[in-house]
Design a protein around this ligand. Structure first.
Ligand code: HEM
Length: 434
């Protein structure tokens, strides 16, 4: 039974187990549930029609939610956090750099980085595959988006500093607290300085040299029609952060699911073995099972597990009215595990993506959001996740590590807590043993 407390409301229950909290909200109160996070009234909307209403049809009546509003301290007016006209202008500028032709050009970097990281794996030694997939996607993002090799340790350290401040976003007066030199807030400031230092030096080099490295930042510097250095920093920081961790988590979760479902892993291996030579973008159409595994992973473990908005005007939702200023959350975690749309919702069943047309509502699956703010990197992410998965399974068989189950950490993104440990076995070895 929920007992909201004075001042903090449901904040303690929410923070103590976020996935359980949002699940129980829907179980106890239905598709439209209201709770209180610190000073903020929050509406949880957990039905595909309501997802469409907030993200597509009534999108202009909302701004980003509290977490991304607070993230502006790091991401400024980058695409993820900008609002209104600034967002529209920047989206128009950045969009061409995500054209499918450019992403096709990035595919060889994706495969090459993936192969290089996995080449260093020690056969049969338990391995944190999440750390490995973060390295792959961050190195890929550095090369393709910024045209530079990034120091993985520094960016990951900065990201950990930033994530540590997530829990503060809903505290009363959190905006004013941000400058205080205490605990996680000091780490937030440190993470911000580290990231901006790194990005500023790349932006300065590119702006002064005018070099076109074929990467996205070059495209922005050369074709942007004069984005200021502050705007370039905001976009580059946003793309570096938004462009690696979510895909790394997807790949790591997919490898976990294959490790605990060896028969699916064997079928994926059969699919990949049927393709000769180096994998490349032309093979994407020949990897339907890999794609289905990625889809099912995004359903079961959506890296964006809950999206937030704040109402700018009042909205009628069923027989309830959302007032201006109220927060709205759209929990992928709940909608993606709803048995009305997904029979046996907690089962890993890639076949549900292979059976042709389905009659489930379109917005029962929204790992990349929807509407005008839909993820700009979706094509990039699909290419990287599908080719990355195929590259790894081609060479390695993954097994679970006894006694190290997957634990989840739902912060801004859903990530594994304490790493994701698997045992890699080289394929040649596996087949010799068989
Ligand atoms: C599996 C991987 C990914 C997932 C699950 C994911 C998810 C999302 C979601 C849900 C949003 C919408 C946020 C909102 O409306 O509040 C979003 C936006 C965004 N994503 Fe991704 N993303 C992924 C990969 C990427 C990649 C690879 C990039 C860049 C290379 C990227 C860059 C962005 C940017 C810049 C936005 C803001 C777009 C805008 O508002 O115009 N994402 N992403």
């Amino acid at each position: 039974m929920r007992r909201p407390l004075p001042v903090v409301g449901d904040l303690l229950a929410f923070q103590s187990d976020r996935l359980r909290f949002v699940t129980s909200m829907q179980r106890e109160h239905g598709d439209v549930a209201r709770f209180q996070l610190g000073p903020f009234p929050v509406w949880q909307l957990a039905h595909p029609d309501l997802v469409r209403q907030v993200l597509v049809t009534d999108a202009a009546g909302f701004r980003k939610g509290m977490v991304l509003q607070r993230a502006r301290v790091v991401l400024g007016d980058g695409l993820l956090t900008a609002e209104g006209d600034v967002h529209r202008q920047h989206r128009d500028l950045v969009q061409p750099a995500f054209h499918s032709r450019r992403i096709t050009g990035y595919a060889s970097v994706m495969v090459e980085r993936c192969a290089a990281v996995t080449a260093a794996w020690t056969p049969r030694e338990p391995l944190d595959v999440h750390a490995a997939t973060v390295r792959m996607t961050l190195e890929t993002a550095g090369a393709t988006l910024l045209g530079t090799s990034v120091d993985v340790g520094s960016v990951e350290g900065a990201l950990a500093d930033l994530l540590s401040a997530y829990k503060l976003a809903f505290l009363p007066f959190s905006e004013k607290l941000q400058g205080l030199p205490v605990g996680p807030l000091r780490r937030l400031q440190r993470g911000r300085r580290r990231l901006h230092g790194l990005v500023d030096s790349v932006v300065a080099e590119r702006s002064s040299s005018g070099r076109d490295g074929g990467d996205l930042l070059s495209a922005l510097v050369l074709d942007s029609g004069g984005l200021s250095s502050q705007e370039l920093r905001d976009e580059a920081t946003t793309l570096l952060l938004a462009g690696h961790e979510t895909t790394a988590n997807t790949l790591a979760f997919a490898l976990h699911l294959l490790a605990v479902h060896p028969s699916v892993q064997a079928s994926v291996h059969d699919e990949v073995s049927g393709i000769g030579g180096e994998l490349g973008p032309a093979d994407l159409d020949r990897l339907p099972l890999c794609r289905a595994v990625v889809s099912e992973t995004l359903r079961l473990y959506p890296p964006s597990w809950m999206m937030g908005r704040q109402a700018l005007v009042s909205h009628q939702v069923g027989d309830q009215v959302i007032a201006p200023g109220d927060l709205v959350v759209l929990p992928q975690w709940v909608v993606h595990h709803d048995e009305r749309w997904w029979p046996q919702p907690f089962s890993f069943d890639p076949a549900r993506w292979l059976d042709g047309a389905s009659d489930r509502p379109r917005w029962a699956f929204f790992p990349f959001g929807a509407g005008l703010r839909r993820c700009i990197g979706e094509g990039f992410a699909w290419t990287e996740a599908v080719l990355g998965l195929a590259t790894i399974v081609r060479h390695w068989r993954l097994r679970p590590v006894p006694g190290r189950p997957l634990r989840l950490d739902p912060l801004i993104t859903l990530r594994p807590r304490g790493g994701l440990w698997l045992i890699p076995e080289p394929r040649e070895h596996a087949s010799r043993l068989a």
